[in-house]
Design a binder for this molecule. Structure first.
Ligand code: PLP
Length: 394
């Protein structure tokens, strides 16, 4: 059994989540409790730590190739967990999920072209599009009675624009936590296919699904639709390995895959990190029970936050996520303007949450809370939130 309750001191590391210097740069204050960035405060599975130690003790870190059986382990995992049958030829490793997105933008669109995203959404999508000199085209999610859904009427209009070439979805969706249904995925993929828009499905959070819901990858859609999609995932979120970066791309179109591979070769982006090989091999063969326990722990954390807010701070609206360990909270009932909410969170509560405005300009009264931490830490966060915001309402 793993001890997810254990508290760990990560301040004396270069963790972007915890390092005071880094926090100061990001938030203007170093001495805060961090609940931002999708990085969990749980120690990796013991078997991973011991295998990495063993690999380090080997003492040779020269050039290596990535053995074929790594792909087999990933394929077996995806089949066991999602009934997703993968042909090993369809998989390509990339430096990270975001770098795979950048490469796809480069290959499948030109400067000035439009790329559809659905705010509120993981902010590096927009940054990546802008850095690639493409244009974000926004198909905002619609919120109704605490539930977010896609705006298909607007999506049809966006996809039909001449210069729109790509759509990126987050599935499950960071930060609102939707696990898209088959009907929603079919409709999205159909609109993209009919308009010649490549659908990039970022499925990095696919293992984090609660309440016995089933995650469906866009690779399982009917042939005509899936041919026009690329799936991206990684072990980074599942096993909290994001500092050991590697992305996995699944292609359904060999021509696009071959151009992607050529790009990796041309820019020497297909080198192998010797520790990543050990990490992937270990987690995909021996990490499953650790992950299953983790998921239960996260679900308990979610129930805990939900019940405390309901009982002690109902003005803060939680959009109970179907998936991901990221909670989207609305503070709109307090009527804050501009950065008032951020100031209260940082200065009064000394909590670093991802400010809502990072996810889109309309979300200044929202914040994202990462519950991938020990219950004790989460209790401290809830005490502080309720202390500060409970004081405002009275
Ligand atoms: C939706 C989503 N995509 C991609 C990433 C980053 O992936 P990578 O580190 O492999 O680029 C994250 C990290 O938080 C994420 O939440």
């Amino acid at each position: 059994m793993s001890n997810f309750d254990e508290l760990h001191d990560r301040k004396n590391s270069h963790s972007v989540k915890w390092n005071a210097e880094f926090l100061d740069k990001m938030f203007g204050k170093g001495d805060v409790l961090p609940f931002w960035v999708a990085d969990m405060d749980f120690r990796a599975p013991e078997k991973l730590i011991s295998n990495l130690k063993e690999r380090a003790e080997h003492g040779f870190y020269g050039y290596e190739f990535r053995p074929d059986h790594i792909k087999e382990k990933i394929i077996e995992w995806c089949y066991r967990r999602h009934e997703w049958e993968i042909d090993p030829k369809n998989l390509t490793f990339a430096p990270s999920v975001l770098s795979a997105i950048s490469i796809l933008l480069e290959l499948e669109s030109r400067e000035g072209d439009g790329v559809i995203i659905q705010p509120p959404v993981y902010y590096p999508f927009e940054e990546t599009i802008i850095n690639s000199k493409r244009k974000p085209v926004y198909n905002k999610l619609i919120e109704e009675k605490g539930f977010y859904r896609m705006d298909f009427d607007n999506l049809r209009e966006c996809a039909a624009l001449d210069d729109v070439k790509i759509m990126i979805i987050s599935s499950p969706h960071n930060p609102v936590g939707r696990v898209w249904s088959e009907a929603e995925l079919v409709e999205t993929a159909t609109i993209c296919e009919e308009n010649g828009v490549l659908l990039i499905s970022d499925e990095i959070h696919m293992e984090f699904v609660f309440d016995h819901l089933f995650f469906l990858t866009t690779a399982q859609l009917e042939e005509k639709l899936r041919r026009n999609t690329v799936q991206l995932f990684s072990a980074g979120k599942t096993f909290n390995l994001s500092g050991n970066t590697i992305g996995i791309a699944h292609f359904n179109d060999r021509d696009l895959q071959s151009r992607f591979n050529s790009f990796l070769t041309r820019f020497h982006l297909n080198g192998v990190n010797v520790f990543t090989t050990t990490a992937l091999e270990t987690v995909f063969t021996e990490g499953e029970s650790w992950f299953d326990e983790l998921l239960l722990y996260l679900e308990d954390n979610l129930d805990y936050v939900e019940s405390r807010l309901k009982e002690e701070l109902p003005e803060v609206k939680l959009f109970r996520p179907e998936g991901t360990y990221l909670l989207w909270l609305s503070f709109a009932e307090f009527g804050f303007k501009g950065r008032e909410l951020e100031k209260l969170l940082m200065e009064k509560a000394s909590l670093a949450l991802d400010p809502g405005r990072w996810f889109g300009e309309d979300y200044a009264s929202y914040a994202r809370l990462n519950i991938g931490c020990s219950r004790k830490l989460l209790e401290e966060a809830m005490d502080r939130l309720i202390g500060v915001f409970g004081g405002i309402k009275s």
